[in-house]
Design a protein around this ligand. Structure first.
Ligand SMILES: *[C@@H]1O[C@H](CO)[C@@H](O)[C@H](O)[C@H]1NC(C)=O
Ligand SMILES: *[C@@H]1O[C@H](CO)[C@@H](O)[C@H](O)[C@H]1NC(C)=O
Ligand SMILES: *[C@@H]1O[C@H](CO)[C@@H](O)[C@H](O)[C@H]1NC(C)=O
Ligand SMILES: *[C@@H]1O[C@H](CO)[C@@H](O)[C@H](O)[C@H]1NC(C)=O
Ligand SMILES: *[C@@H]1O[C@H](CO)[C@@H](O)[C@H](O)[C@H]1NC(C)=O
Length: 420
C-alpha cells in the first residue's frame, strides 16, 4: 500500500517536474532527469515534492503592470511558489547534479533566543565535528564591546541516519578558549592539524589570526595581530590557498556593530605567509569586503562585497551585494582583473565555499545560493532567513549556519580538494 501510494505520488511529482520545466527538460530530450520515483520510494514522498521546487526563469521573466514586484532586498526572499522552507529552489538544471537523486535538507540544531551559529564554520574530518562562532555584535548574538562571542561545536555523529526533513536538535558544546580569542568571525582548516580562526577583536583588544588545538585543552597560538604595528579594523574571513599561504579580509563590521573603534585602514584583502609571517595587501577598493574563497586550482579568488549592509547605519540596497572574481597572480599572488561574478537578489553574499566542480556557494539573505563557475544562478538552499556561511562536512554533506539554526543538506556535491 505504502509503495503504491509512493509510486503514484512520485508520478505526480515527476509530472509536476516535467510540466514546470522548459522544453529542454522534457523526457524526450537527451538531458537526463533524476529518477524521481526512486527518490520518492527511498525518501519521504510528500516531503520531497515540497522540498524540490523548480522555478523556471521563463515563469517570472515578465510580471506585467500589476505584478507584485519586490521592494526590499532584505525581506524573506524570492519564493514565488510560496513553499514552506527549507527546500531546494532550482533555477537551472545544473543544480540537479549538485543535489543528486536523494537530497534532504533538515534543521539539525536550534536555539530561538541565541544566534549561536553565525560564522566561521570549520569541518574537522578526524573528529567528524563542525566548529562555528556565534553572532559578534549583531542581533541575538549576546555579545558586544563588553562581552565576547562564543565558539561552539556540533558532533556530526549525533545526527541520526535517515533524516527526512523533520527538525531535530543535536547538542552544541561550547569551546573554552583563552582571552586571546576575541569576537571570532571566521574560520577554516584544519590547517596543520589545527582549526584556524580569524577574530575581529573587541574594544582595544586586537583582531587576530589564531591556531586552535581542536582537542582539549584547546590551547591557541596567535599567528598575527597587527600590520607593521597597526591594528586591523576587524578581521572577518579567512582561507588557505593551495600554495599554503593564508588569505584574509579586513573590514569595518566591528565598528558598525559597536564593538571596535573607528577604522584606521582601508577595507582590504591580505596574504600572510604562515612561516615567515610576512604580510601584504593583495586587493583593495571595496565598499565593505567580507567572504573569500579560491577555486580548486587556486587561480581564481572570490571576494564578496557586502556594502549594502552597514550595521548600525542600516541597509542600503543600492550599495554592493556582490561577489567579485579575480585572477590570482601566479608569482605575487596579488588579485588581478577584478570582475563581477554575481550579484545576489536577496540580502548580501557573506561567506563563500567552492565545490569540486567549481560551483560557488554563498550564504545570502534567504539561504545559500549556488552559481556555476560562469556566474549563472543554479539554485538555492532556500531557508527564508539569513545564512552567513556554510561548510562542506566531507562529500555530500553541507552544513548551513543560519544564526539561530543549523541545517544539514545531504546532496551529491563534494568540496573542492584543498582545505575549504
Ligand atoms: C521522519 O523521521 C522522524 C523521526 O526522525 C519520524 O518521526 C517521522 O515520522 C518521519 N517522517 C516521514 C514523513 O517519514
Ligand atoms: C491591472 O489591474 C487593473 C486594476 O485592477 C485592471 O483594470 C487591469 O486589467 C489589470 N491589468 C492586467 C494586465 O491584468
Ligand atoms: C539558548 O542559548 C542560551 C545562551 O547560551 C541558553 O541560556 C539557553 O538555555 C539556550 N536555550 C535552549 C533552548 O537551548
Ligand atoms: C598546544 O599545546 C601543545 C603542547 O604544548 C603544543 O604541542 C601545540 O602546538 C599547542 N597547539 C596550539 C595550537 O597552540
Ligand atoms: C544609499 O547609497 C547611495 C549611494 O549608492 C546614496 O546616494 C544614498 O544616499 C544612500 N541612502 C541612504 C538612505 O543612506
Amino acid at each position: 500500500m505504502l509503495s503504491i501510494l509512493s509510486i503514484s505520488v512520485c508520478a505526480l511529482a515527476y509530472a509536476i517536474f516535467s510540466i514546470a520545466k522548459d522544453p529542454a527538460w522534457t523526457r524526450d530530450t537527451a538531458v537526463p532527469l533524476p529518477p524521481q520515483s526512486v527518490v520518492c520510494i527511498f525518501r519521504a514522498a510528500f516531503h520531497l515534492i515540497e522540498s524540490i521546487q523548480f522555478v523556471d526563469p521563463l515563469s517570472f521573466a515578465v510580471m506585467g503592470p500589476n505584478g507584485s514586484f519586490r521592494q526590499n532586498a532584505f525581506d524573506a526572499g524570492f519564493n514565488p511558489t510560496g513553499t514552506e522552507p527549507p527546500f531546494f529552489q532550482i533555477f537551472d538544471q545544473g543544480f540537479l547534479k549538485i543535489l543528486g537523486n536523494t537530497p534532504t535538507i533538515t534543521e539539525i540544531a536550534s536555539n530561538a533566543t541565541f544566534a549561536f551559529a553565525h560564522e566561521g564554520p570549520v569541518y574537522d574530518p578526524t573528529l567528524d565535528s563542525v566548529t562555528f562562532a556565534s553572532n559578534d555584535g549583531g542581533a541575538l548574538g549576546m555579545s558586544d564591546i563588553n562581552h565576547n562571542n562564543k565558539v561552539g561545536r556540533i558532533n556530526l555523529k549525533d545526527i541520526p541516519a535517515n533524516l527526512n526533513g523533520t527538525a531535530i536538535n543535536i547538542p552544541v558544546t561550547e569551546l573554552d578558549l583563552p582571552p586571546t580569542v576575541q569576537m571570532t568571525n571566521g574560520g577554516t582548516g584544519p590547517f596543520r592539524g589545527n582549526i584556524l580562526l580569524i577574530t575581529s577583536g573587541r574594544g582595544p583588544l586586537p583582531p587576530s589570526i589564531v591556531l586552535v588545538n581542536p582537542n582539549p585543552p584547546h590551547n591557541t597560538t596567535v599567528l598575527l595581530d597587527n600590520f607593521f604595528g597597526r591594528q586591523f579594523n576587524s578581521l572577518n574571513d579567512i582561507k588557505i590557498h593551495p600554495s599554503g599561504k593564508i588569505f584574509f579580509t579586513d573590514t569595518v563590521y566591528g565598528w558598525l556593530n559597536h564593538f571596535r573603534p573607528l577604522p584606521l585602514m582601508p577595507n582590504q584583502v591580505y596574504r600572510l605567509d604562515p612561516d615567515t609571517r610576512s604580510v601584504r595587501v593583495v586587493a583593495t577598493d571595496f565598499d565593505r569586503n567580507n567572504g573569500i574563497a579560491f577555486n580548486g586550482a587556486g587561480t581564481i579568488a572570490y571576494v564578496t562585497d557586502t556594502g549594502a549592509n552597514a550595521g548600525f547605519l542600516g541597509n542600503n540596497q543600492t550599495q554592493p551585494a556582490t561577489i567579485y572574481a579575480y585572477d590570482v597572480d601566479p608569482n605575487s599572488q596579488v588579485f588581478n582583473n577584478r570582475r563581477v561574478f554575481a550579484y545576489t537578489d536577496a540580502g548580501i553574499p557573506d561567506g563563500v565555499q567552492i565545490d569540486s566542480d567549481g560551483n560557488v556557494y554563498a550564504g545570502c539573505g534567504d539561504g545559500v545560493h549556488v552559481w556555476n563557475d560562469e556566474g549563472t544562478l543554479l539554485g538555492k538552499f532556500f531557508l527564508g532567513t539569513v545564512s552567513a556561511n556554510l561548510v562542506f562536512a566531507g562529500p555530500g554533506r553541507l552544513i548551513i549556519l543560519a544564526e539561530t539554526k543549523i541545517f544539514l543538506a545531504e546532496i551529491a556535491a563534494s568540496p573542492s580538494l584543498f582545505t575549504s
